[in-house]
Design a protein around this ligand. Structure first.
Ligand SMILES: [Zn+2]
Length: 159
């Protein structure tokens, strides 16, 4: 059974990042806050765990051309660059994450919608599969002038 590497997200068919909400002023934080509220005008010290929006919009992105230092574990040898996206959620937070398997910077655009997915990261010494959240571009990002629901075109994704 897959175990999350950290408790910062839920798994299952509709995974979500777990942030915190200040019980005093309602300020959201991710990673979850445990000590002091991020709002400088608030003295709140109590927080409720909150599932954050599963979709957001690309705020910025890049590709990691150089292999990051440990604890990053390269998935390929030699190292292959991967894409990173900073995604703005409705809560006003910007959350950095890798881009889903099979996608790269060519699939990203500032303002484009992405969806949270949880994917395998590596298998540890105990044979446990570790997972990580990633941002997956949502298909059919072209702007439509019509307000009619638009049929999603199947892209023959085979993963
Ligand atoms: Zn607060």
């Amino acid at each position: 059974m897959a175990t999350p590497a950290v408790d910062w997200f839920t798994t299952g068919p509709e995974p979500a990042l777990v942030g915190s909400t200040c019980t005093h002023c309602g300020t959201h934080a991710f990673p979850p806050e445990t000590t002091f509220c991020k709002n400088p005008a608030c003295s709140g010290e109590e927080f409720a765990a909150t599932e954050l929006s599963r979709r957001g919009r690309v705020w910025s992105y890049t590709d990691a051309q150089y292999q990051p230092p440990p604890p990053y574990i390269p998935r390929t040898d030699p190292y292959e660059p991967f894409a990173l996206a900073a995604v703005e959620l409705d809560e006003g937070l910007v959350v950095l994450g890798q881009v889903a398997d099979g996608y790269g910077v060519a699939d990203l655009k500032v303002g484009a919608e992405v969806e949270l997915v949880v994917e395998p990261l590596y298998v540890d010494e105990d044979g446990e599969e570790r997972t990580v959240w990633r941002w997956k571009p949502v298909q059919s990002v072209e702007p439509h002038s019509s307000v009619e629901p638009v049929e999603t075109i199947e892209t023959g994704e085979s993963k």
